[in-house]
Design a protein around this ligand. Sequence first.
Ligand code: SF4
Length: 294
Amino acid sequence: MHYTGTIWRPPYEAYSLLIQVTAGCTHHSCKFCTLYEDLPFKFRMSPLTEVEEDLGEASRFYKKVPRIFFTGANPFALSVDKLKTLAKMVKQYYSTYETIGCFGRITDVSNKTVDDLKELRQFGYDGITFGIETGDDEALAFMNKGYQSQDIIEQCKKLDEANISYNFFYLTGISGSGRGEIGARETAKIFNQLNPKIIDASMLTIYKSSELYQEIKAGNWKEESEIEKLIELKTLIENLTIPTRFATDGASNLIQVRGNLPTDKEKLVKYLEELISTVDEKVLREYRVNLRHL
Ligand code: SF4
């Protein structure tokens, strides 16, 4: 199989067949991000011959695969024609496949019409994961995410219209010291207008190679304390009113909370409240600074 650099996938795609159709990120400019720094290029689409070889190899081991996950930071940036070509290739090897997922950026939806998206849905594209990070416009601008909260609403509404489901990654800590709760409330306001199936929260962990580290050194930004991050997480859960699956997964989270909202809201909030009132910042901080890799 052709896998280039570290391969990232959402935790809930653990049972999907991972096929590399792109590597890297078209944007590659978020200040906190170090995810694809091990690649010698910013973004590339895999040659179709490689994709075909990988599908052929996988099909010798796995005869029936219901879901394929295309790897790379945002394969959804590819043109409709390219995405259709890739789906047709999948069909040659897995004639009964049901859906194709991948990561996407909000800006990848902007250049597609609702009709384009409806067509992609017919080719199986569904359950696209967006690293939204936050609905806090100030944080989105500072971190150079390349879109604002209004774009999140507009583009996700197009996905709703096309019947393409989507999941969000939230980044606890992105609003910075003193603004965690504000960011969480702003985010809930945006998310509550949409229909993410899953909201998966990670916690900001800052590495020295990131632009954000330089901003901190220059005195332009201050990291939230670990307890503040937990308060932010609690505030987000408290303010979400939509039915969705909420989870903190992955190494960056100091604690794991999982549940279905709104059913489990009270339970999750209570758990976090108890933790916030008893936990030691120093212990949490030690975990964060010793986290070598996400
Ligand atoms: S956070 Fe996502 S969009 Fe931003 S640079 Fe990293 S991979 Fe690209």
